[in-house]
Design a protein around this ligand. Structure first.
Ligand code: ASP
Length: 543
């Protein structure tokens, strides 16, 4: 039975009760097969959804005969009449009120038994799914994800095109652009012994576009970084990359705000309010211990250094005496946390280098509060003041961390995140966006005894901090900005250095010798001499 599969009349999520009586042609994959007392039912699947097909041995014996031989994932095309399902409506299916009574069927291809079922809640392991990726991608949830991504691309392109941005492609076989990872190298056949680097980002190119006078550039582009894999890190990933000339930090952030608002609205149906909140790097580190805070929940870090300077508890006193800090997190109602939880957390922390996790619980005592368990006896006399400072009440638990500021931040960020999971305080379906600004321009690399860029070497210092470049580089703040969503860094960028003199100074500070700078960045340094406008941009990352 040849069916004109190239003349499909509908996709598989289209037919509704109003279509009853119509003759239709559908094509797709056999999603499931049922034989009910002689009647064969097939759920036919395509990129849009499912439609139930019915094969009746009395009215269409030939088609029925063929249908009986079908198995999952066979590819078929059918012609039939749309009929109401009467009592047997399936409310879960958009086409659940109808079925197609098939008169003709064409088996376009038989399928072997697939290594796993093509269904959303498949329990196939990842290796198997990746080996048969095309089957994995047949699953409806994967189809939805890829379609969402495609829609996202269109939304972004529309947004930037409407605002005068030009999309310009940048080369893959190129020179190194440093973003803090290693380059992938491609040997050149023509120049034996020479290599191309795959771009870690189009950073230098987009700056050159600004110098070339394009004014506004945006591109969705592949980038390559040879670094250790993580869930949100892949060797090859996609950026939404953009750059603007004659702008200050707030201008770039406002364009991004609008873009994010549009993406949420058009792609997810979620309204977000603008402007997106801003927090300085210092505040983020102090309150959350990390430069990408998850602001969906509390459990903030609180500094106790000053009040504990003279405390008798050795570990705390020593940390403070050697220039460190003591910080704490209060868990409201945390007295119900078991010993197993606090010991478990301490063990996890030791795994990432911490010495331990001092903690205690707050109980009511003589109309006031007292500490019980853990480090209670060491802090008995400070109890009232600590609780007042932390706003801690009877029934709460307190976790402390003494040490160097950086370490305390790292460990308490870890504790905060784990405690949020354990106590279930992370709200579901909530989107918390946050700009983090005023990052330090450079960070001291203790191992290599030199400064590294916090972002990349082209990031401009804050105007008011330029004078500190030579005298106190660690105190220089940059004109960088990161966009954080629910504790994940989703974009980062900066206003760039547009004067050659400042760029040279920053290279010096980063210990990039004149020779190195010449070899690696000469093209940029040279371009800065020929009328580079002030400019800045940002990139969003996605896997
Ligand atoms: N090129 C930077 C990055 O990939 C982003 C930017 O500064 O625009 O991290």
């Amino acid at each position: 039975m040849a069916v004109a599969y190239n003349q499909r009349t509908h996709h598989c999520a289209a037919l509704q009760k109003g279509d009853a009586g119509q003759t239709v042609t559908l094509a797709g994959w056999v999603n499931s097969y049922r034989d009910h007392g002689g009647m064969v039912f097939i759920d036919l699947r395509d990129h849009e959804g499912l439609t139930q097909l019915k094969f009746n041995p009395d009215t269409d014996p030939k088609a029925h005969q063929i249908a009986r031989g079908l198995r999952n994932e066979d590819v078929i095309a059918v012609v039939g009449t749309v009929a109401l399902r009467g009592e047997n409506v399936n409310p879960k299916l958009p086409t659940g009120e109808v079925e197609v009574e098939c008169h003709e069927i064409d088996v376009l291809n038989k399928a072997d038994t697939t290594p796993f079922m093509i269904e959303d809640d498949s329990d196939a392991n990842e290796d198997l799914r990746l080996r048969y990726r095309y089957l994995d991608l047949r699953r409806p949830s994967m189809q939805r994800t890829f379609r969402l991504r495609s829609k996202l691309g269109k939304t972004i392109r529309d947004y930037f095109a409407e605002r005068g941005f030009v999309e310009i492609e940048t080369p893959f076989l190129t020179k190194s652009t440093p973003e803090g990872a290693r380059d992938y190298l491609v040997p050149s056949r023509v120049s034996q012994g020479s290599f191309y680097a795959l771009p870690q980002s189009p950073q230098i190119f987009k700056q050159l576009f600004m110098i070339a006078g394009f004014d506004r550039y945006a591109q969705i582009v592949r980038c390559f970084r040879d670094e250790v894999l993580r869930g949100n890190r892949q060797p090859e990933f996609t950026q939404l990359d953009m750059e603007m000339a004659f702008v200050k930090r707030d201008d770039v952030m406002a364009v991004v705000d609008g873009c994010v608002e549009r993406i949420f609205r058009e792609c997810l149906g979620v309204e977000i309010s603008l402007p997106i909140a801003t927090m300085t790097y210092d505040e983020a580190m102090n309150r959350f211990g990390v430069d990408r805070p998850d602001t969906r929940f509390g459990l903030e870090l609180c500094d106790l250094t000053e009040m504990l300077t003279d405390c008798g508890f050795g570990v705390f006193g020593e940390a403070i005496a050697s220039g460190g800090v003591v910080k704490a997190i209060v868990v409201p109602g945390g007295e119900s946390l078991t010993r197993k939880v606090s010991d478990g957390l301490a063990a996890e922390l030791r795994g990432i280098g911490a010495g331990g996790l001092p903690y205690t619980k707050v109980t009511a005592s003589d109309g006031g509060v007292a500490f019980s368990t853990g480090v209670a006896k060491h802090l008995a006399s400070e109890c009232g003041a600590i609780c007042e400072r932390l706003g801690a009440r009877a029934g709460d638990a307190i976790f402390f961390m003494p040490g160097r500021f950086k370490d305390v931040c790292k460990y308490l960020h870890f504790v905060r995140t784990r405690l949020a999971e354990i106590t279930g305080v992370v709200p579901k379906d909530r989107w918390e966006l946050l700009w983090v600004v005023d990052f330090p321009l450079v960070e001291w690399n203790e191992e290599e005894k030199r400064f590294d860029s916090t972002h990349h070497p082209f990031t401009a210092p804050l105007d008011e901090d330029v004078h500190l470049l030579e005298t106190d580089p660690g105190a220089v703040r940059s004109q960088a900005y990161d966009l954080v969503l629910n504790g994940e860094e989703m974009a980062g960028g900066s206003i760039r250095i547009h004067r050659q003199g400042v760029q040279k100074k920053v290279f010096e500070l980063l210990n990039i010798s004149e020779e190195q700078a010449h070899l690696r960045f000469e093209h940029l340094l040279e371009a800065l001499r020929f009328g580079a406008p002030p400019h800045g941009g940002i990139a969003f990352w996605s896997t």
